[in-house]
Design a protein around this ligand. Structure first.
Ligand code: GDP
Ligand code: MG
Length: 193
């Protein structure tokens, strides 16, 4: 029987620190910190028997027209649909310092924020999701910030009720231990199909 390498995808708005986070977790370099939107196609690396995929960042990027941003979103959705059977886990990376503000701004305009849409879409596809709240080194009130993120994704605060979903990290500082541990826990026994 043919076996497939299981996949872990990292998705999120541009500039939230996806590439930095993958490098911090795996020790492998990906293009990071360049112009937002530099990651247009899914990038793959292999890590501990898994394929790790850095998805293109969605949302506003200076210099990228709105049609291009929509196309990136469509690509992400299609990629996930096409590979759903093989995706063992999705890590949705958010910028903890701006997530609440961005979500509220979209909602005030009567729109569904892309990250909320993505979170729900992954659930519909039966893909296990971790929300990595990144840039925690810039956050003053940790509990309040994480409660705000949980609530906006439809998870009743306090955020500590959702320790199997939400994990604070600081990719830049290399503080990713909680995420590493949660990924390990979720992937136990999921390596091959
Ligand atoms: N303060 C802080 N900055 C970070 C953190 N992680 C990433 N960054 C910065 O955020 C910017 C975007 O990072 P990048 O990994 O390219 O984001 P991507 O577009 O989501 O792949 C870079 O300037 C990083 O140095 C973090 O944990 N804390
Ligand atoms: Mg990137």
């Amino acid at each position: 029987m043919k076996t497939f390498t299981k996949e872990i995808i990292f998705a999120g708005r541009s500039n939230v620190g996806k590439s930095t986070l993958i490098t911090a977790l795996t020790g492998k370099k990906l293009p990071a910190g360049k112009r937002p939107g530099v990651t247009r196609k899914p990038l793959h690396i292999t890590y501990q028997g898994f394929q790790v995929t850095d998805m293109p960042g969605f949302g506003f990027m200076s210099g990228v027209p709105e049609a291009g941003q929509e196309a990136i979103k469509d690509n992400i959705v299609h990629y996930i649909e096409d590979n759903a059977g093989n995706i063992a886990l999705a890590v949705m990376v958010v910028n903890a310092t701006s997530f609440a503000e961005i979500v509220d701004r979209w909602r005030e305009r009567g729109e569904i924020p892309v990250e909320v849409e993505l979170f729900e879409f992954l659930h519909e596809m039966n893909i296990d999701v971790i929300v990595a709240a990144n840039k925690m080194d810039k956050v003053a009130d940790i509990d309040k910030t994480l409660d705000g993120i949980a609530e906006r994704l439809g998870m009743m605060p306090p955020w500590r009720q959702w320790l199997d979903v939400i994990v604070p990290v600081s990719a830049k500082k290399g503080d990713v231990r909680g995420l590493k541990e949660l990924i390990r826990k979720k992937l136990e026994g999921k390596k091959k199909v």
